[in-house]
Design a protein around this ligand. Structure first.
Ligand code: ADP
Ligand code: MG
Length: 478
């Protein structure tokens, strides 16, 4: 795996060389936070190679004047801290250097130009159809955006004339008006960007998809549907990222007929990906683990493979390693573990919604009975039956939140990352230590602060543990 680093985002003097090794680690130790793109990005090969296959294919189709594939949109979802934003940023940074990350299915290097990426971090741009198209046109061919307004007016006239006989009012009128609106902007983009102006395929990455407006008729809905249907035959691929309920939002916006494997859940890193992270991180910062390799491995293992926990472990490690002047034997790994425990606790508390905190006993009972093999329906039934069993219990912590059904509570747990659907439809808690936290939560406050860190998070069998070895085989990385 090639490396990408955070320092590209820093302001540098014109001729200032990129810091490397120990100097780079110092900056990472001082400046990174839990939102910083990882200095070394590990894994996610199956998702990345799939997206790159689509981009390369869309470029070949453009080159050969063939029709673009429909339903090429991709969606990956996961709880906060799973690495959704980092994955989008990683793709953007790597493609901006002009190279693909993965090779073709047959192992040969890709010969098509690497994609360019328009990364949208909130829904601001995508909810303004016209502005979005202008930005998009400028990205593909700088300066072409300014022609968009006249082109779009012309398109309006063309569509208006074409549909004139139906414009007399009533239902047809509404349908036609809607069609004009839907087609106008992307049509203008297609007009403003003729074949020869395209130099590279384009990926539109949208983060926090669950926050897109849910109205089918929203600008975002119209745009995404057109792109998903490849209506204008442009080499554009949409990649959506967000919490689990992004799947629901995509459906509400009319994005359907996804082929198998187009929607993927972002799980914790498996053991191969962890090994890759360890190797990549140490190489990037010139760290020789020597006699401390075992402690370093244990330190990483405690993070459960959960990307944000890994970051919250590597950062205190980096700080103590820098303080020790790069002498690994002077690093206090107990202190690293202490710091990362605190960060994990902070993460879990921040994941608790008011309803989750009030319904703590019921939630603990449900989490205790997760097997990792139940379907959504099974888990909703489980919530229902646990709530029924507690009907007469005096504490509010035993009951479903006021006015909420088992389905509402299930949706809330999904939204907050306490539950996640896997690609095969089974439901689990994506972070085993979060599950343990939720089980212990009702008694947590009764535990003296000095003892809380003794919570090992290993008392519940790790029923969710699955090594997705299949996904990591033949990762097609140059
Ligand atoms: N593939 C990865 N390899 C290494 N670190 C990662 C990876 N993905 C995410 N991280 C780290 O995990 C943390 C959370 O990632 P982020 O992308 O913010 O998650 P999300 O957007 O899903 O909430 C970040 O600090 C990032 O450094
Ligand atoms: Mg994010």
């Amino acid at each position: 795996m090639n490396m990408t680093n955070i320092f590209g985002f820093r302001k540098k003097g014109l001729n200032e060389p990129e810091p490397t090794g120990f100097e780079a680690l110092k900056i990472y130790a001082e400046e990174s936070d839990d939102k910083t793109p990882p200095p070394f990005f590990a894994g996610r090969h199956h998702i990345i190679s799939d997206i790159e296959d689509i981009c390369a294919d869309s470029w070949k189709r453009r080159r050969d004047f063939r029709t673009q594939k429909k339903a090429a949109t991709r969606l990956f979802y996961g709880a906060p801290g799973a690495g959704k934003t980092s994955t989008l940023k990683y793709l953007e940074a790597k493609w901006n250097t002009g190279s693909y990350i993965t090779s073709n299915k047959d192992g040969t290097p890709r010969s098509e130009p690497a994609p360019m990426m328009l990364c949208l971090e909130d829904d601001g741009l995508i909810t303004n159809n016209f502005l979005f198209c202008k930005v998009l046109a400028d990205l593909v061919a700088p300066g072409s955006g300014k022609h968009m307004f006249s082109t779009s007016q012309k398109s309006r006239r063309v569509f208006g004339q074409f549909n004139q006989p139906l414009l007399s009012g009533g239902r047809e009128h509404k349908v036609v008006e809607q069609t004009i609106q839907e087609q106008i902007s992307m049509h203008a983009v297609a007009q403003a960007l003729p074949h020869q102006l395209w130099q590279r395929p384009l990926v539109i990455g949208i983060d926090e998809t669950q926050n897109l407006p849910e109205a089918f008729d929203s600008d975002a809905g119209k745009l995404l549907r057109q792109l998903h249907a490849a209506k204008h035959n442009l080499p554009i691929t949409v990649v959506l990222a967000g919490l689990s309920d992004s799947k629901k939002r995509a459906g509400q916006l009319g994005l359907t007929r996804f082929p198998g494997g187009a929607i993927r859940s972002l799980e914790r890193l498996n053991s191969n990906e962890l090994t890759e992270l360890k190797k990549g991180f140490c190489e990037m910062f010139d760290i020789e683990l020597g006699p401390c390799e075992y402690e370093f491995d244990e330190m990483l293992a405690a993070a459960d493979g959960w990307p944000s926990h890994l970051q919250n472990t590597l950062k205190p490690f980096a700080q103590l390693y820098v303080e020790a002047g790069g002498d690994i034997e002077q690093v206090d790994f107990m202190e690293v573990e202490h710091e990362s425990q605190l960060a994990r606790q902070g993460y879990y508390h921040s994941r608790m919604s008011t309803d989750m905190a009030t319904t703590d006993f019921l939630l603990a009972a449900v989490m205790r009975r997760l097997t990792g093999r139940q379907s959504s329906r099974d888990v909703i039934d489980l919530i229902e039956s646990e709530a029924q069993n507690r009907m007469n219990a005096p504490s509010i912590g035993e009951h479903l939140p006021d006015g909420k059904t088992a389905i509402d509570f299930f949706d809330e747990l999904i939204h907050h990352g306490a539950l996640q659907e896997r690609d095969d439809g089974t439901v689990h808690c994506p972070i085993p230590s979060f599950r343990q936290f939720l089980i212990e939560y009702p008694t947590l406050l009764e535990t003296p602060a000095c003892l809380r860190e003794a919570f090992g998070y290993d008392q519940v069998p790790d029923v969710e543990y699955q090594d997705y070895l299949g996904q990591s085989e033949n990762p097609r990385i140059h």
